[in-house]
Design a protein around this ligand. Structure first.
Ligand SMILES: [Zn+2]
Length: 299
């Protein structure tokens, strides 16, 4: 039956509405955010799978045997780099892949942040996607990667990238307007992990996190006491919960300081497609609006 179907398909003239497109290019991205950017550039030509899915934590991810299979079958792999995916090297080795690996942060200027595991030292902050200008660099790296691995699709990828970059320019204007609506002295926020450094640097907000950059380090009682003192002293108006970390710590901090608990924000992963942050653009817009809502701006 399979053979007959294949033979019939071979012999038949394509009928109207019949799917005659060539097989899609298999791509793998490490996170749901990068996968969304790849989808926007790749369009119909590319099938992209995220290893770390919606609402999942890329810092402490444990790859599955299925992931090794996905990587083995991929024609191209997109990774964030900057130390985000500590689990990646082993996965790539296990998969035996020879597919090109595109580090989408290539060309950005990395920020540094406190290294909780080595007090007094700093480390590279991997969360560059939270700045829209940096996300534009992600997009151009994705475009160049697809152009190289699938030259026949170059015109499509270039056009898709151009369209998407224009949408990011619009998003940038929108976010700047949203943040401008927050009184300057109230642009201070507590989040569960230190994921918004690039957002803060790009849009003029201060973020304080009781946990270090990596979600795998538990906050000590001493850290919690310190953060509570800091919130009271700096009169931080709101704390936020993230989709990838345990909300209990933030709830405790809010109780003890009287800070408002803002809505859930999305730091390292998208929501389910039907949720408030199902795409990169929706995520950035949602976060900015939640910050503005809790801090007295116009959301
Ligand atoms: Zn993170």
């Amino acid at each position: 039956m399979v053979l007959m179907t294949a033979l019939a398909a071979f012999l038949a003239t394509p009928a109207v509405g019949e799917d005659t497109r060539p097989q899609k290019l298999n791509a793998v991205a490490t996170t749901s955010i990068i996968a969304d950017l790849v989808r926007n550039v790749g369009g119909d030509r590319v099938e992209v799978k995220a290893l770390v899915g919606a609402n999942a934590d890329a810092h402490v991810y444990s790859p599955t045997p299925g992931d090794a299979k996905e990587v083995a079958g991929a024609k191209i792999v997109f990774v964030n780099g900057l130390g985000l995916e500590g689990w990646l090297t082993r996965l790539v080795t296990a998969s035996g892949t020879t597919a090109p690996m595109v580090v989408v942060t290539k060309g950005i200027t990395p920020l540094r942040m406190a290294d909780d595991e080595h007090p007094g030292r700093t480390m590279i902050d991997p969360h560059a996607w939270q700045s829209i200008p940096d996300a534009k660099i992600y997009v151009t790296n994705i475009r160049d990667g697809l152009d190289a691995v699938d030259p026949a699709g170059k015109a499509v990828y270039d056009a898709n990238a151009q369209t998407y970059l224009a949408r990011l320019d619009d998003l940038e204007k929108e976010v700047r307007t949203t943040i401008a609506g927050i009184p300057a002295e109230r642009r201070k926020i507590i989040t569960t992990h230190d994921a918004f450094g690039y957002f803060g640097a790009a849009y003029g907000m201060s973020f304080i996190a009781p946990q270090g950059v990596s979600t795998d380090s538990e906050s000590s009682a001493k850290d919690v006491a310190r953060i509570i003192r800091q919130i009271k002293k700096q009169k931080v108006p709101a704390v936020f919960l993230e989709n990838v970390t345990d909300p209990r710590l933030m709830e405790q901090i809010a109780r003890e300081t009287g800070a408002a608990v803002g809505g859930k924000v999305y730091s390292d992963a998208l929501s389910e497609p039907s949720g408030p942050a199902g795409s990169y653009i929706d995520m950035i817009r949602h976060n900015a609006r939640e910050f503005a809502k809790a801090l007295g701006g116009r959301a």
